[in-house]
Design a protein around this ligand. Sequence first.
Ligand SMILES: Nc1ncnc2c1ncn2[C@@H]1O[C@H](COP(=O)(O)OP(=O)(O)O)[C@@H](O)[C@H]1O
Ligand SMILES: [Mg+2]
Length: 333
Amino acid sequence: MMSDVLLSVENLSMVFENKRRTFTAVDNLSFTVKPGQTLGIVGESGSGKTMASLSVMNLLPNQGKIGTGKINFEGTDLLALKEKDMQKIRGKYISMIFQDPMMSLDQVYTVGYQIVEAILAHEKVSKAEAKERAIKLLASVGIPHSERVFNSYPFQLSGGMCQRVMIAIALSCNPKLIFADEPTTALDVTVQAQILDLLKKVQNEYNMGIVIITHDLGVVADIADRIIVMYAGKSMEEAPTETIMFRASHPYTAGLIKSMPKLSESVDRLYSIEGMVPDIRNMPKGCRFCTRCPLVEERCRVEEPEMREIEPGHFVRCYKAEPQKEGGVQING
Ligand SMILES: Nc1ncnc2c1ncn2[C@@H]1O[C@H](COP(=O)(O)OP(=O)(O)O)[C@@H](O)[C@H]1O
Ligand SMILES: [Mg+2]
């Protein structure tokens, strides 16, 4: 039933335009998020992950615009909304957490002021009530001495504490959906784990949908229900998390998995996929991954493969993809 879906994105394309040409940063992306569900969007830097989320929030940079597609949030066509109406949705029903909490917080105002403002922007409560809620929120995201932190400035807090504050702001109006774009990338490993635990905890409490965007498969391996692997603006593989982690079928996904650090290996032996994500101004012909693919064949350089459902719920954009045994597709020797 449609009413079970919070957000549905259908065939979304997002483009940059200059006088002479159009460059596609997000190409025909589709996904849905249900309440209580976490979707992971994974891919190296430059894959179009951030542009996909900014498209949904209607926060695209200048020159960036939606090419085609539909974005529907609880029955509302977001692409048809005026900015004034989108503002009522942003922060209230859909919140966003960004990579760098130090940058997203305003250094000139106290933490408390910023949370209170976020609450007052969307809800008719008194300042005193908003303050009380803000302090409770700070405590609920694991901030000790929440009353003292309420009166602190962001620069007085660690990066991990600032990210907790950002999560408190994101939660301040009980959103139904959170976009978290590289929420732990700027943090050290221990704090990363704490922030991911926190996201899981608040999700269970509020039954929110979460879209977590990251270049690091390790970040979503524990938290996501489904994963979309993006490459150069396109979805290359999409499946339940266990399928992606243990039975990946796209050579790109296999490369991402192979590059995850393992406890048993020393860092200097770490695998990495050779080369870089192609620039949107210079996409290869055929499959976008063909220039780096260890399994490339002639046809891959000629025509781009379609997305195929190789088993129920498991979609792959690769000519050679087939259901895998434990261990996934083997990408070398
Ligand atoms: N302001 C901009 N103008 C032109 N191209 C941009 C701009 N911002 C991003 N891009 C391009 O859009 C593509 C997708 O970027 P982005 O969504 O930020 O990737 P990701 O979040 O996966 O690292 C990249 O090729 C990037 O170079
Ligand atoms: Mg990004």
